[in-house]
Design a protein around this ligand. Structure first.
Ligand code: TEU
Length: 541
């Protein structure tokens, strides 16, 4: 087969630096910590690390509020540490994707400080508006838009006698993308990090880049929110369909392409964009790769196998040939799999993620079956949860899914030598940790490794997928094939056993040999056993 672009045959592993490995005992993870664990990625068989932000930042949104786009926060180390990380990763054949936050900066960024003063070039770097004057002399906000984290998107600044717009916290002012100088600065920052030798970027909050210029009121704002429907919370005027967004993405891609022309190295840009399959296809048409968030963002819990298959199958239906799915099961903004869907689905989801056609992304700890932690409102650090208040904070809390990585059953789960950790360690770390799970062949970790390894087989690496096999409420299945190599993947996501006949087209075989399983299987499905596909019983989990 023709060699695949590297990003099509890789597994992406999201490292949340604050929580991964602390090297200096301050209770917060850092770059040296990540360097010390590089062998771990080799061990589990992932190749590409996506690092959440470690830029200079007041940490109001834990690094997604950047005060210097070209520097490392001392909390995590310095630029030399980062260069060492890139170098050592490269020597091990690992790749690095950095998080890039184009939509906003910290209010402590020099640009915002200058903008506040109305300083020449920076005057219009952010979205400023006068609002209007009420009869009683008070200032009225320009419109009713609500920020994603709650509250108005507008904050008044005495210095300018104006409001500025922020779709996240007030400490994260939105950049004004209608200003060409802003766009230019962003290209320079992108170039700066690519020049450090990284392999690409994960672009944050793409849906939020542009706001409607006329600042029209959102007719839905203020009405009761029926479900987790974002249209009620933020103006629908920040849509990728605004032609400026694809244009911007292509400009960024232009930086990638120009470097590739110089050194022949392909870089990968993946977008954070919560959207539907059709929209992803439109974005793919201009060369963009939005993450597929369907499984991480599902509001239906628990998901039946039929529903999961519905979400998955659309990725292979009515798509242009160039379309390439990018599945995500967990991230730093959403609850963990073990909590959302139940521990019995951890191996099932990991197997699904690794065997589908497309590029998978694993959030750190999901390979161990890590669970969310419990946090009181007093312990809450996530700005979204703080703004939500004591009655509603748990609906949105992202602290729960950002707890320290569980390395060992020993002191502080091996995360730090210090006597405190920035978020509590999940109480079950003595069971679910790297060291202990390594010794159990049926642990989440060892099974994850096994599934990751399957991706070396041609059928999984180069092969196509046929999803028209058996699917019911408990079981989903599909065929991966390349040449004469054929693998049937059948997974039980339900609570009951299911006995089904898999022999029909496209499988077209009466028996098969077991190569992997989800742990909780009948002895008849032991590895290397021959099984009867006309009557195959899969237990749940
Ligand atoms: O998240 C963006 C985010 O919260 C939105 O994608 C939101 O879910 C969506 O716009 C609703 O339509 C990113 C980061 O992942 C998150 O950690 C940061 O807090 C946020 O951006 C701000 O930088």
């Amino acid at each position: 087969p023709a060699p695949l672009p590297w990003w099509k045959s890789t597994i992406i592993y999201q490292v949340y630096p604050r929580s991964f490995q602390d090297s200096n005992g301050d209770g917060v993870g850092d770059l040296q910590g990540i360097i010390s664990q590089l062998q771990y990625f080799k061990y589990i068989g992932v190749e590409t690390l996506w690092l959440s932000p470690f830029y200079k930042s007041p940490q109001k949104d834990f690094g997604y509020d950047i005060s210097d786009l070209k520097d490392v926060d001392p909390l995590f180390g310095n630029i030399q540490d980062f260069r060492r990380l890139v170098e050592e990763a490269k020597q091990l054949g690992l790749r690095i994707l950095m998080d890039f936050v184009p939509n906003h900066t910290s209010d402590q960024h020099e640009w915002f400080q200058k903008s506040l003063k109305g300083d020449g070039k920076y005057r219009d770097f952010y979205v400023w508006s006068d609002g209007s004057l009420a009869a009683n002399g008070t200032r009225i906000r320009p419109n009713n838009w609500i920020s994603i984290f709650g509250g108005s998107v507008w904050t008044w600044r005495e210095e300018r006698q104006q409001f500025y717009l922020h779709q996240f916290t007030p400490e994260q002012p939105d950049l004004n993308y209608r200003n060409p100088d802003v766009r230019e600065e962003m290209l320079l920052s992108i170039r700066y990090w690519l020049d450090q030798g990284i392999d690409g970027l994960r672009m944050d909050a793409i849906a939020d880049l542009y706001e409607a210029e006329n600042l029209t009121d959102n007719p839905l704002s203020g009405k009761p929110v029926p479900s987790n429907d974002w249209n009620y919370l933020i103006p629908k005027y920040t849509d990728y369909l605004v032609p400026e967004v694809p244009q911007e993405i292509m400009r960024w891609q232009g930086v990638f392409d120009s470097l590739e022309k110089l050194d022949g190295r392909e870089r990968f840009m993946v977008l954070e964009f919560y959207t539907d399959s059709d929209t992803r296809a439109k974005m793919a048409a201009f060369g963009a790769h939005p993450f597929n968030m369907d499984l991480v963002d599902s509001l239906t819990v628990p998901l039946s196998a039929r529903q999961i298959m519905g979400l998955v199958a659309q990725e292979y239906t009515n798509k242009p040939p160039s379309y390439w799915p990018t599945f995500v099961i967990g991230n730093h903004d959403r609850k963990r799999v073990a909590n959302k869907y139940g521990r019995h689905t951890v191996n099932a989801f990991n197997m699904l993620l690794m065997t589908l056609k497309g590029t998978p992304t694993t959030y750190y700890g999901e390979e161990l079956g890590m669970e969310d932690i419990e946090v009181t409102y007093k312990e809450t650090q996530d700005p979204w949860a703080i703004i939500a208040g004591p009655d509603r904070y748990l609906l949105v809390s992202r602290d729960v899914n950002r707890s320290p990585m569980q390395w060992t059953a020993g002191y502080q789960a091996g995360f730090t030598t210090g006597n405190h950790t920035w978020l509590p360690i999940q109480a079950n770390y003595t069971t679910y940790n790297v060291e202990s799970e390594k010794t159990d062949p049926k642990s989440h970790l060892n099974l994850y490794k096994e599934y990751a390894n399957l991706r070396q087989l041609s059928a999984f690496k180069y092969g196509d997928i046929n999803v028209n096999v058996v699917t019911n409420d408990n079981v989903l299945s599909f065929l991966r094939y390349y040449g004469s190599e054929r693998y049937l993947v059948a997974i039980n996501f339900g609570q009951a056993s299911s006995t089904d006949n898999y022999t029909r087209d496209p499988v077209g075989a009466a028996t098969g040999t077991v190569v992997s399983d989800t742990g909780n299987v009948d002895a008849s499905i032991a590895k290397n056993n021959n099984v009867d596909l006309s009557q195959l019983t899969l237990d749940p989990g």
